[in-house]
Design a protein around this ligand. Structure first.
Ligand code: NAG
Ligand code: NAG
Ligand code: NAG
Length: 499
């Protein structure tokens, strides 16, 4: 049967060839236009050494900066090689950098979660908090030159551009990019700017809004914008006040399931520091995940792997966070204002009768701020925030006893993460040894190389996260970030304790 359709005028062969040639030419011209348009955006930036930083003795993290620049997502947009969409980004231009380390970190992690839910790649900046710098940063003319730490010296995992799933099968265009790449991919003329205060007002959000409502409305806002480049400016979406209030906690159910937390990992630099000092934490040889792998350099700059929080704990280790120094004044201030535990330390707090729904929100860490109304509130707060050496020894005694009685955990080694005075610490250690702790070490015993010293606080946090059992300060954001990484790693909530 003849299936050729009638009524269709067929073109002659030369005509078809001509049209095909035309189409090929047109495609080629479009291709050249796209390449030309993007050419200036694909060139790799030069990594400059900061002379002022060097004069102050700051490490330059050259290898880590090269690693960050060469992340695979820092490349031409996907549509050029088969994909369909230009990646969409969100940059939080004014997230706090003025406050302490862990105020900065907690906000950045939550911003990364917001970016993820909004189906946008998170733009990670350098880490440059201003409080408690580990190196001098005053120039001769008196102005400060803050230490700049590339995010990958501190973290691996999704917040620092790592994979959003552990099998590596995530979408490259959704991975976090560095601020440097943002500058390349999003020229200012193409950036949609959202002013935080104005956007909050438009969405009927204010200083009393619940965390979940803030998150949900911002996700809707960011997802609804079709432009690829969005910059959130002049404020913080998740501000300091939110982190110090129980309004934060309604975010936990969503946040705790996020790849940002589930795939959270400390940097290979931190793995190296823990490996070198492992004798302080355990009598056993270091486990495989802490050990360098010759010839296997997925991170280019080191043989060490990132340290995911989901790895097994360091068995037999009790690690404690003893915040001293300026905390004496801070604790008095907190006591006078009847402050509650901050950040994620307040998960499951039992003393909020106004919000019974909160019981369902968190994992209910058992040892909470247990000051009854009858007790003197100020003294009670000070007791938890600024514990005396005697009460520290007593607390450790109880925790050690409960660990063995209730969970069969035999705690042998003790690590003290502290910024305390060395004479005060020596006295504390003597008292602990007298109470039966054989092996006590502290932040002062850590042997760290220059780059590791820049992130010494995060090295301590990684040890506090890895320890089988942990005791922290409920008023501290450093403890709060250890709490969230421990929970993210699946540690039993009963291994988390407060003074
Ligand atoms: C101090 O010197 C630095 C570097 O030369 C410069 O950037 C800064 O503006 C100076 N500060 C003042 C207060 O002059
Ligand atoms: C520390 O631990 C080791 C074995 O882990 C033990 O041999 C030693 O006696 C302990 N005490 C001190 C003070 O080093
Ligand atoms: C405690 O707070 C009150 C006001 O709430 C203030 O007048 C007082 O000076 C504060 N005391 C200290 C020691 O900060």
């Amino acid at each position: 049967m003849n299936t050729r359709r009638t009524g269709t005028r067929r073109m002659s062969r030369p005509q078809t060839a001509c049209i095909r040639f035309g189409l090929v030419c047109l495609a080629f011209v479009i291709y050249l236009w796209i390449c030309g348009h993007w050419h200036h955006r694909s060139t790799k930036w030069e990594i400059l050494v900061d002379g002022l930083a060097e004069s102050l003795g700051h490490p330059n993290f050259l290898n880590i900066r090269v690693y960050e620049r060469d992340l695979p997502q820092h490349s031409l947009p996907k549509f050029l090689y088969g994909g369909t969409e230009r990646p969409r980004y969100v940059f939080f231009a004014n997230a706090v950098n003025g406050l302490g380390w862990n105020n900065v970190l907690q906000e950045q992690l939550l911003n990364a979660h917001l970016a993820h839910l909004s189906q946008r790649a998170y733009v990670f900046p350098d880490f440059a908090p201003s409080d408690h710098p580990p190196f001098p940063d005053k120039l001769v003319n008196g102005s400060r030159h803050l230490l700049h730490i590339p995010m990958n010296a501190l973290l691996s995992g999704p917040t620092a551009g790592g994979g959003l799933s552990s099998d590596g099968k995530d979408d490259l265009s959704r991975r976090a990019v560095s601020e440097k790449w943002w500058d390349v991919a999003c020229p200012r003329s193409e950036v949609v700017v959202l002013n935080v205060q104005q956007t909050m007002r438009e969405m009927s959000l204010d200083a009393a809004s619940d965390g979940k409502e803030i998150l949900t409305k911002w996700v809707q806002k960011l997802a609804s914008i079709s432009d690829p480049c969005v910059s959130v400016e002049d404020g913080s979406v998740f501000d300091y006040e939110l982190f110090n209030s129980d309004r934060l906690l309604s975010i936990w159910p969503s946040y705790s399931q996020s790849p940002i937390l589930e795939n959270f990992a400390w940097s290979p630099l931190i793995t190296a520091a823990i490996f070198r000092n492992f004798h302080l934490f355990s009598a056993d040889p270091p486990p495989d995940f802490l050990t360098p792998h010759e010839g296997n350099r997925p991170h280019g700059f080191t043989n060490f792997l990132p340290l995911p929080v989901s790895e097994q704990p360091i068995f037999g280790l009790l690690a404690i966070h003893v915040r001293r120094g300026d905390y004496e004044a801070q604790c008095k201030l907190l006591a006078n204002s009847s402050a509650d535990f901050c950040g994620w330390n307040a998960l499951g707090t039992l003393d909020y009768p106004l919000h019974p729904s909160k019981y369902a929100l968190g994992p209910q860490i058992p040892t909470q701020l247990d000051i009854s109304d009858a007790e003197w509130r100020e003294g009670g707060t000070l007791h938890h925030c600024w514990p005396s050496p005697e009460s520290i020894v007593a607390r450790l005694h109880t925790v050690r006893r409960d660990a063995i009685l209730m969970r069969g955990q035999k705690l042998q080694k003790l690590y003290i993460a502290t910024n305390g005075d060395s004479v005060w610490l020596r006295n504390l250690v003597q008292m602990l040894v007298a109470d039966g702790w054989d092996n006590v070490s502290s932040s002062f015993d850590m042997e760290l190389e220059l780059e590791e010293r820049a992130v010494a606080q995060a090295v301590d946090m990684a040890v506090l996260t890895a320890a089988e059992v942990f005791i922290g300060n409920g008023f501290s954001s450093m403890t709060s970030n250890v709490v969230q990484t421990r929970l993210a790693g699946g540690r039993d909530r009963r291994t988390i304790n407060f003074w």
